[in-house]
Every structure is written in C-alpha cells, then in structure tokens.
Design a binder for this molecule. Structure first.
Ligand code: SF4
Ligand code: MG
Length: 330
C-alpha cells in the first residue's frame, strides 16, 4: 500500500459566467514513505491545487485520495482533523505563514498548544528540539519573524510544520523566493530531515533544476494534466514528452552540469488559458512535433520503461533530447 495516492483526482472551480475551470484533471500519483515526489509545471498548471486538494483545502470533484489505503477526501471535517497532523504543507512566502506578533518559539509551539495534552516543559523541550533540528539557535527562537532573514523564516516554517510529527510534508514552491545559495541550504536541510525522520515529501516547484536535485520521482503537469511521470533519472535523462524536453532545455544553468542538455528548445506561443484548453493534445499549440493526429483524439497514457509514462501519441517514437544523463557520471 502506498503512503499516499491520488486516483484520477479532478478539481474544478465554477467561474463567472458559469464557466468551469478544471484546474486538476484526472491525476493519479503515488508517494512512498521516506521518498520525494516532485510535481513540476508552469504557474497555472494546477500543481498547487493538487497539493491543496490533498490536504483538504480544495474540493475533489471526481477521483479519490488515500492515506495508507484509507480514503480521506470524503472525511467529515472532524474526521479530517484527526488525520490532519499527518500531512502538513509549507508555502513559498515564509512571512505570510507566520504570525508577526508571535516569537519563533511561540509559533512553533502553537500547534502543540492547540492539540493539548503536553505540559509547558514538554512543549518547551519539543520546541528546542525542533529549533535544533532546523538549524536555528535558541536566541533566534525568541525573535519575531520580521527580525529574521527569508531563509531563517523558512526554517521556522519547516519546524512548525514538523511540530505534530507529520509523515508527509507538501512543499509548495518552498525555496522559490530564496536566493540560490539559501535555496541550497534549505534543500539540504529538507534532505537531512528526511533521512533522520523518514518523512515523505511532495515537492511542488516550477524549477526543474531544484526538482531534479531532490526528487526520487517526478510528475510533469501541463494545463491540469499529468503529462509525464517516472523516476527522476528516466524523466530527466530520457524524457518521453515534448513538454518535459522543452522544460529541461529551457533552464540548463539550473541543472547540475552533469544533467545539462545541449540543445535549447524554445516553446512557441503562450500558455493557453486553462479555461479553454486546446482540443486533442493540450500541448499541441506549443509542440514542435505536433501533427494532424494531435488535434483529434486526446492521446492516451503511453508506457516507457517500467514506472515511466507520458501522454503523447509519439512518446515511444520520438527520440527526445534528454538531459545529459547521469548513469555514467554519478
Ligand atoms: Fe506534441 Fe502531439 Fe505528443 Fe501532443 S501528442 S505532445 S502535440 S507530439
Ligand atoms: Mg502555485
């Protein structure tokens, strides 16, 4: 049984004029204990909405979400609260998530106080442990959020998210607002914590370089759909979907040198509105391999090597330019 899995999950919102925005369309993913699944896509691809659906902040329209094989998307809000501690989420803007009036230690302690059952001394001990785990000093514990740097604030958010001992941490663009060197510190911290505690991460990011560095598996989203899914080495080294290929080529400087592509592929055209996705293959308006067949029946999932698949008519025929890969140099 997977720790977490979504089965054909769709999330849709009714907009003005009764138009329906299908932000997440038929997504099935699995997360294993102690592993990191990356979800990559441009803004508007639905990746944040997927994360929010998993923690119960966005309504699941169709499909199911399971934690340890138990369905959780249909729980009442009271039942939901009982499992809520197991899945926590951190966001891009560490300032926004913190109460400016509370000290760092008080912010970290808050979920424990709300849950109840611990003495003040036990709470203090937990807080000290979490400060230490996230690389914050006791002195920083008495500061307020505005007295800290962005990186320190994200450490506080991570500590706070770990207070109730979750098994899954959803990181939504968790390092995107930080300088590159600070990003690396926070990523290393997340990796260390995972090793110590066996946490699983759902790592949502628009940055393929970051995702390639920390994730065991990667799902690529485009206009609400999962267009490619597989082990990081396969998705990065032998992409099956033209969109993944373009993402890889667009940010060579973001990838470790051993993963850089040689060719730069420029996506033609703008990202279509998710309110009016193209018929047939949704990527066809920007795909350099598109043919007539791409505008009629939507492509089905095509398997590549085991555990690797993509939604493209030609997933197996196209010899896409992957990142210079890794098996040889790692
Ligand atoms: Fe491109 Fe056609 Fe494949 Fe879509 S189905 S990604 S348009 S080649
Ligand atoms: Mg987002």
């Amino acid at each position: 049984v997977d720790l977490l899995d979504t089965r054909g999950v769709s999330v849709q919102f009714t907009m003005s004029g009764k138009r329906v925005l299908r932000a997440v369309d038929d997504i099935s993913i699995e997360l294993q204990p102690g592993k990191t699944l990356g979800i990559i896509g441009e803004s508007g691809s639905g990746k944040s909405t997927l994360g929010r659906a998993i923690i119960g902040l966005a309504p699941v329209h169709t499909g199911e979400i399971h934690l340890d094989g138990t369905r959780i998307d249909t729980l009442s809000s009271r039942q939901r609260r009982r499992i809520a501690s197991q899945i926590q989420m951190i966001f891009q803007d560490p300032m926004e998530a913190l109460d400016p009036r509370l000290s760092v230690s008080a912010s970290i302690a808050e979920p424990l106080i709300v849950r109840g059952g611990l003495s003040r001394r036990e709470i203090q001990r937990r807080v000290d442990e979490l400060l230490d785990l996230t690389g914050l000093s006791p002195r920083q514990g008495s500061r307020r959020p505005h007295e800290l740097s962005g990186g320190q604030r994200q450490r506080v958010n991570i500590a706070r998210a770990l207070t109730l001992d979750p098994r899954i941490l959803i990181c939504d663009e968790a390092v995107s607002a930080l300088d590159v060197s600070i990003q690396a510190d926070i990523l290393n911290l997340l990796v260390d914590i995972q090793e110590q505690r066996g946490l699983a991460y759902l790592f949502i990011s628009h940055d393929i370089g970051v995702v390639a560095r920390v994730c065991d598996r990667i799902g690529v989203m485009y206009l609400g759909q999962l267009v490619e899914y597989g082990d990081t080495a396969d998705v990065i080294g032998k992409p099956l979907h033209p969109y993944t290929e373009a993402l890889l080529s667009a940010e060579p400087q973001a990838l470790p040198s051993r993963l850089r592509t040689t060719e730069r592929i420029v996506l033609s055209g703008e990202l279509p509105s998710p309110l009016h996705p193209p018929e047939g293959c949704r990527f066809r308006t920007r795909c350099r391999y598109a043919t007539e067949i791409c505008s009629t029946p939507p492509p089905a999932v095509q398997p590549g090597s085991p555990g690797h698949s993509a939604v493209c008519h030609f997933a197996r025929e196209l010899e896409l330019v992957g990142a210079k890969h890794a098996n040889s140099t790692q």
